[in-house]
Design a protein around this ligand. Structure first.
Ligand code: C2O
Ligand code: CU
Length: 483
């Protein structure tokens, strides 16, 4: 089988991306950056209700070329859902695609039955209505399909959107949606001669690396900056590619938030690495009439085997930022950002440590089985998960339900950009990441949450496990041997 074949590969003969064509950037970056619309909602009986329909369409990814794509409420991507901590929300999801799908709320703390993982399939023509209470700090979350075995294809065809969580805590950061607070999803695609999306990873171990890089669904985008500071909510919505975002002139910016919300202090830096699924909020200062370009540099992937130094020395443009002649004044970036005491997790409370070894397409030697529960967590517990990438190629690690803190990497404190709340972390080869997390509530022995690699080919091929949160009741599904 494919899995056995891959397992037999050694670090020397793994298939790498060196044979692939590099990113081809458009000559000009002058397409106005599309801003996903804020999704309308109605409040019924105290519940804020959104509507999403997954559907087929066509999009102009490259100027003058029509490409068949999938989207929510449109041809590609989806509207931005926005709701506040404490609000009760519901989403009426309809599936107008020719095949089953799901919608998962990536980064959201919510009951597993509402999570939109592979157990909450929506048949073609069917609907699904999850409902939950937003209960986490302000953060840039997102939503995307999660049907087991087809997640890569569904996301790649265009199904993804932002879910912005707000809370009552004033951040002091730019906050006018689409003006100085701008969601930016970055995705790479491969288009054939007819402009159709090709999903062929060429046997590449990490999955598809496309030669066309899109921001909010277009190539060659430009953002008109009208304020002194602009906040970009960067989402790596790619299936496999790791980006190292920087400004072309090398200037620094503020990294203010990670996957799950604000860093305790903004971190001044000149680059931020994002693997698939990760988010970073950055604040860029602009002078009147100036411009710069957000680029991706070759990411430092750690101790990967030679073919995986993908990107080589290549730097490619992602989004041009062009400032107007007069800019509206922005408040300075606050030097401290509030963390509510109830959101802090204390490592001294950790009662349980679990080990996870990631290798090829397996976690602790097992590939995904929808009928097997791999881990059972007791509700209320604080745990440490020790995760090691045993391969010499990239993986990352995404945990549903919780935001975690990186306690250390091979025993050393994490770098500042990993110091905040995270739900996805890049796993450098041969390193051990200790992650701290608390499973506060939502015990349900019958609905598993997922933990997996967010390189979507790996996830589809089985690099995923299931855990339940219980209050002592035994799950109905069978347990993994030895647990
Ligand atoms: Cu972004 Cu389990 O997914
Ligand atoms: Cu992986």
């Amino acid at each position: 089988s494919m899995l056995a074949g891959a397992a037999a590969c050694s670090a020397q003969d793994v298939v790498g991306p060196s044979s692939l064509s590099p990113v081809e950037a458009p000559a000009a970056f002058d397409v106005p950056l599309p801003i996903p619309p804020l999704a309308p909602s109605t409040v019924v009986d105290g519940i804020r209700v959104f509507e999403l329909t997954a559907q087929e369409g066509t999009s102009e990814l490259l100027p003058g070329v029509r490409t068949p794509t999938w989207g929510f409420n449109g041809d590609m991507l989806g509207p931005t859902l926005r709701a506040s901590r404490g609000e009760r929300v519901a989403v009426k999801v309809a599936n107008a695609l020719p095949e089953p799908t799901t919608v998962h709320w990536h980064g959201m703390h919510l009951p597993a039955a509402m999570d939109g993982g592979p157990h909450q399939m929506i048949e073609p023509g069917g609907t699904w209505r999850p409902e939950w209470t937003i209960d986490q700090p302000a953060a840039t979350l997102w939503y995307h399909p999660h049907p087991h075995g087809s997640t890569e294809e569904h996301v790649y065809r265009g199904l993804a959107g932002f879910f912005l969580v707000e809370d009552g805590v004033p951040s002091g950061l730019p906050a006018e949606y689409g003006v100085d607070d701008v969601p930016v999803v970055v995705q790479d695609k491969r288009l054939d001669a007819d402009g159709r999306l090709e999903l062929d990873s060429d046997g590449n171990e990490v999955g598809l690396l496309g030669s066309t890089v899109l921001t909010n669904g277009v190539a060659g985008a430009m953002l008109d900056v009208t304020t002194e500071l602009v906040r970009l909510r960067l989402l790596n919505g790619s299936t496999a590619r790791v980006y190292d975002f920087a400004l072309e002139d090398g200037r620094s910016f503020w990294h203010v938030a990670t996957d799950g919300g604000l860093l305790p202090e903004p971190h001044e830096t000149d680059h931020v690495r994002l693997s698939p699924g990760e988010r970073a909020e950055i604040v860029v200062a602009m002078a009147p009439s100036s411009e710069t370009t957000l680029v991706s540099r070759a990411p430092d992937l750690g101790d990967v085997a030679a073919p995986f130094a993908f990107g080589g020395n290549d730097t490619f443009p992602v989004l041009r930022l062009a400032a107007g002649a007069s800019l509206r004044q922005s408040a300075p970036v606050p030097q401290r950002q509030a963390v509510e005491p109830g959101d802090a997790v204390d490592p001294d409370d950790a009662a349980v440590t679990r080990r996870f070894e990631v290798q090829d397409r397996s976690i602790n030697g097992r590939t995904m089985d929808m009928d097997r529960i791999d881990e059972t967590v007791h509700v209320g517990d604080t745990e440490i998960w020790e995760v090691t990438n045993l391969d010499r190629f990239p993986h990352n690690w995404h945990v549903h339900d919780v935001q975690f803190h990186v306690l250390d990497v091979d025993g050393a404190p994490p770098s500042p950009e990993l110091a905040g709340r995270k739900d996805t972390v890049y796993l450098e080869p041969r390193r051990t990441y200790r992650l701290l997390m608390r499973f506060e509530d939502y015990a349900d022995p019958d609905s598993p949450y997922m933990v997996h690699c967010h390189l979507l080919l790996h996830e589809d091929q089985g690099l995923m496990a299931q855990f339940v949160v219980t209050d002592g009741e035994e799950p109905a599904r069978s347990h993994a041997a030895g647990h």
